[in-house]
Write a protein that binds this ligand. Sequence first.
Ligand code: GLY
Length: 369
Amino acid sequence: MNKNIHDLVIIGAGVIGHSIAFRVKRMRPELQVAVVGDPMNSLMASRAAAGMLAPFGECDRADGFFRFCRESLDKYPAFIDELVQVSGVPVFLSMAGSLMPSLFYKDSWEERKRFFRDQGVPHEIWPPARVRERAPHLSEKCGEVMWVGEGQVNNRQMHDALAIASARLGVTRLEANVSGFIKDAGALAAAVTDRGDVRGRRFVLASGSWAAALGEILGVSLPMKPIKGQMCRVQVEDDRLEYTVHGKLTYIAPWRGGHGFVIGSTMEDRGFDPGVESDVIDRLVEKAAEVLPCLAAAPLIEAWTGLRPAARDLRPVMGKSERYGNLYYSTGHYRNGILQTPNQADYMAGLLLGERNEIAEFSPSRYHL
Ligand code: GLY
């Protein structure tokens, strides 16, 4: 690694880092690209997500962020096709949609309907009789249910596919921790790692919640912190539910293919605490079982903690550094990193290759980075 000067060094080996490498190599195969990162971090970020592709369930304002997420959802089928073709790794993607039971949206039900109507969001209101037909295992307590045209992906398969596709395209992968940088006249010359220095012409910081510590080393104050989410996966037959279910802080994400259902999630401001509490997991399952009663007795496959990278304004930090001439950021994707992956990859690759301008709302310059 020491001698090579890479055209691009991406720090962060999750879906964000790998997807930038993937897109850059697809656009400019001759460039030398390296992805550097500790695989353990991905276990608590890219691989910890539930894989919901839910701009409509998660956003309630038609702002630039909503538009960005929506565009990313639209890109998903073609993105996964391309990824599967290059990697040869199957990735489960469903565009069957998601369900929002009125049970969970009592105070905002009419507001949600209005928002979806005004924004031309594909949706249907299912009265209880229709719910019985389309999702017969849902509890009667759900009442009226809104079907929304969203998606669901198996994010672990997608992460595997991105890593393999990037490798097939010639991206160098270094499993190492970045602990510092070598600087040269207002720019970065190398990332210092426990496996040697990685030299580059340009660098991208795409290390989620861990980006703040690297920012500190760079002398910039990146207002980013992890928001912990405890979640679990239970064994349930695929035919119990085709759709992803949203219930504000409760969701059920079918991974299908015999992989069971993911149930999430808490929102906890507790630093990098990786702990999983069994009583918290029990409560999540209980709450989810109010919607899908078969979950109550479903065998637990695993429980884990994810760390969402949250910027102060809860918006992504994507674009060029003000402080270093050859540094870029792509982090702060918070609750929607998996959803934003395809659009973020296009956007970052376009920016790095001089084919796109920054979106001011997401620019690192709002924090003087
Ligand atoms: N997008 C769901 C979550 O962050 O829990």
